[in-house]
Structures are given as structure tokens and as C-alpha cells.
Write a new protein. Structure first.
Length: 121
């Protein structure tokens, strides 16, 4: 069995500017999974930097309200929304609410720095 609590995960500023805590990654624990799982937070009035991954990604919104941008599409996201982001899609998320936007990020295959490209705007 493997158990990891969010409070035990170090918070870092990700390349896209979100505050991230990595919960699961197959290279960092003896887990037979292909994906990685992280907890992300974007403060009110902020947005992540546009970026793209070679892998597919899913955001699951847990708290807050935002505007998700994937390539040329934009749509509102709220708690209990799940968003699929295809591999190679340019993406970012804006917090349009007055509290933290909190979401889970599932990347499959697992996130790797060399598979992510960050854009200035």
C-alpha cells in the first residue's frame, strides 16, 4: 500500500507559475502507474503561463472558478469540472474568482520537464 498526504508534499512554483504539490509520480516512488498526479493552486486574479505538454493532461477542478484556454477555445470551469487537454495543445488557466482556484493535474504518460514547453505570452 502507498499513501501520501498533501500536507507532506513540498509546494513548488511550477514552470507555468502555478503552486504545485506532486502527489504521485512513477519515477519518485515504487508505483506501477504511467501517469503523474499533482495538486495545483492559482491565486485569485492570476493565470498560469501558456504552455504545452507532449503528454495528455486532465484538470479536475476542486475549488474556485476559472477560464480554461486550450488552443483557440476558452470555456468556464467550476468545481467538479473535468477538462481533457490533448497532447501538444497550447493551454493556460485563469482564476476569475475571488478565492484560490484549486485543481488536480493528471498527466499521462507521467510529466517530465523535457516534455513541457513554456511560452512568455
Amino acid at each position: 500500500m502507498f499513501l501520501k498526504n498533501l500536507k507532506d508534499c513540498k509546494e513548488v512554483i511550477a514552470g507555468d507559475g502555478s503552486m504545485l504539490r506532486e502527489l504521485l509520480h512513477p519515477e519518485k516512488a515504487d508505483l506501477q502507474i504511467r501517469y503523474s498526479l499533482a495538486h495545483a493552486k492559482v491565486p485569485a486574479g492570476r493565470a498560469t503561463k501558456p504552455h504545452k505538454l507532449k503528454a495528455s493532461e486532465v484538470y479536475y477542478i476542486m475549488a474556485g472558478h476559472g477560464l480554461m484556454h486550450i488552443d483557440k477555445e476558452s470555456f468556464e470551469v467550476n468545481p467538479e469540472s473535468a477538462v481533457y487537454i490533448p497532447p501538444g495543445a497550447r493551454q493556460y488557466i485563469e482564476n476569475t474568482g475571488d478565492s484560490d482556484l484549486i485543481f488536480l493535474c493528471i498527466v499521462d504518460p507521467a510529466w517530465r520537464k523535457e516534455d513541457e514547453e513554456i511560452f512568455d505570452s
